[in-house]
Design a protein around this ligand. Structure first.
Ligand SMILES: Nc1ncnc2c1ncn2[C@@H]1O[C@H](COP(=O)(O)OP(=O)(O)OP(=O)(O)O)[C@@H](O)[C@H]1O
Length: 260
């Protein structure tokens, strides 16, 4: 499913911290419309890959291109403006602001009018504001957040907070969405809901995604392809059913089987 013109190309990336090889020569591509998962044991390098993609870490070597543009050396806000949005392992929202306000913040880099127009509420600022509001309303609808829209986010159930975070990323109208453990800490019902929204994003919004997730069932159900990492290395890449039976993958998860 990784086509000839992928949205993302991650090539031979190396990232080390004081001797720890967090990413050790990993390469992969993500196709347009693909749901690509990265799995691996704790400390394998998954978050480091996300941090390289979003410009937080600068690798020592390798190339990363997003829709043909080189990413390494770019600032996080620039990469976000290019259309790469991200959710975090722990919810990172403004707890005292409402769902609506948090989603509007996801639109801030779409705001194109200057401060003077904003203060005077001139035509351009007004039109932009209305367009931003319409986009946010669309997302509230899509993620079924209507009943929560005016509530401060900190008062909402955890599963709903994670959904709002997803909504804020969608408000950026991303061309690639990075989901960092979207169902971590969720109960079964919340997990099922989140899985449905992720599938809807792919089917209805046609946004490619990279998913880092410990919930193996979710990955196997949702992903088109899976990259398995261990100690900073790519252990296997393939369709979920293929990697599941790969002896290297089983070894990475279960450890070396000792002869009795
Ligand atoms: N800023 C940092 N400074 C030093 N070491 C780091 C830093 N970030 C990551 N590492 C190290 O790099 C390795 C990979 O870490 P990373 O967080 O990417 O793994 P992970 O697969 O996301 O783990 P988890 O599933 O626990 O979130 C680990 O050994 C980690 O300690």
């Amino acid at each position: 499913m990784s086509d000839a013109d992928p949205i993302l190309r991650f090539e031979a990336v190396n990232l080390a911290f004081a001797g720890v090889r967090a990413i050790d020569g990993i390469s992969f591509t993500v196709g347009r419309g693909e749901l690509f998962a990265i799995i691996g044991p704790n400390g394998a390098g998954k978050t480091s890959i996300f941090n390289v993609l979003s410009g937080v870490y600068r690798p020592q070597s390798g190339r990363v291109s997003f829709d043909g543009q080189q990413l390494i050396g770019r600032r996080p806000h620039q990469i976000a403006r290019w259309g790469m949005a991200r959710t975090f392992q722990n919810v990172e929202l403004f707890g005292n602001l409402s769902v609506l306000e948090n989603l509007m913040l996801g639109r801030h880099h779409h705001i194109r009018y200057g401060p003077l127009s904003a203060v005077l509420w001139l035509g351009r600022a007004r039109r932009a504001e209305l367009a931003n509001r319409a986009k946010v309303e669309e997302i509230i609808d899509f993620l079924e957040l209507e009943q929560w829209r005016r509530y401060p986010v900190r008062l909402l159930p955890y599963g709903v907070q994670k959904r709002v975070e997803l909504g804020r990323a969608l408000a950026m109208e991303p061309r690639l969405l990075l989901l960092d453990e979207p169902v971590a800490g969720m109960n079964v019902e919340e997990t099922e809901d989140m899985a449905r929204y992720i599938l809807d994003i792919r089917e209805e919004l046609d946004i490619p995604m990279i998913l880092v997730e410990h919930d193996m069932g979710l990955v196997m159900d949702l992903a088109d392809r899976v990259l398995v990492v261990d100690f900073g290395r790519a252990v296997a890449t393939g369709r979920p059913a293929e990697v599941q039976h790969d002896p290297e993958v089983i070894k990475a998860y279960l450890g070396e089987v000792q002869p009795s």
